[in-house]
Write a protein that binds this ligand. Structure first.
Ligand SMILES: CC(C)(COP(=O)(O)OP(=O)(O)OC[C@H]1O[C@@H](n2cnc3c(N)ncnc32)[C@H](O)[C@@H]1OP(=O)(O)O)[C@@H](O)C(=O)NCCC(=O)NCCS
Length: 162
């Protein structure tokens, strides 16, 4: 399966927003509610635009549409800490290793930037995501209410020599 940076494809933040609307209710709380909580003018479209302009987005494409995406920030140069903002796969594409492939590409990307820490938040009963993250070496940083924060130290041996 092919994973691309959204910016290397002919797809736009609008296509990413359409994908996110399709999986809106698979998040707890739904993504549309989360983005509203973060900003009064928050919408999935505004979120998608912010992510594509200030962050990085990796996508898995099937039949010219996005079937999986991972959006992250890799701009905290001081702490060399990257944060995964969103990870999702369309329901009918799940269980085929797409999320794992997106995560592996993401981890290689941040290692190439010499980032040392990756952080991600999810909710406590999200077994699929917690399984995926812990299999990839993430450990629980803290739990608060329904939320669970995980972190992974990026081994320096995976970082390219300069
Ligand atoms: C979580 C999610 C991204 C996984 O996507 P996916 O493409 O189906 O995952 P993969 O096929 O790459 O599977 C990765 C690992 O998770 C495991 N997994 C997948 N779905 C699972 C489930 N429902 N329960 C337990 N483990 C699961 C797989 O077995 C695999 O583990 P393995 O490497 O030990 O075999 C997808 O279910 C999703 O989009 N969920 C809704 C949004 C979400 O929860 N996002 C992440 C949290 S913010």
């Amino acid at each position: 399966m092919q994973i691309h940076q959204l910016s290397d494809t002919n797809l736009s933040s609008k296509d990413l927003a359409d994908f996110l609307y399709a999986i809106d209710n698979d998040f707890s709380p739904p993504l549309s509610e989360r983005v509203k909580l973060k900003s009064s003018s928050g919408s999935i479209h505004a979120y998608s635009e912010k992510l594509t302009s200030q962050g990085e987005v990796l996508v898995c494409i099937s039949s010219d549409t996005i079937c999986g995406a991972l959006g992250f920030y890799c701009n905290d140069e001081k702490n060399t800490t990257s944060f995964i903002s969103i990870l999702g796969v369309l329901p009918n594409s799940r269980g085929q290793g797409i999320a794992k492939a997106l995560m592996e590409k993401y981890l290689a990307f941040i290692a190439s930037k010499k980032y040392l820490i990756s952080k991600v938040d999810t909710w406590k009963d999200n077994q699929a995501a917690i399984h995926l993250y812990t299999r990839l070496g993430y450990t629980v940083l803290n739990e608060e209410g329904f939320s669970i924060k995980l972190q992974k130290h990026i081994p320096t041996s995976t970082q390219p020599h300069t």
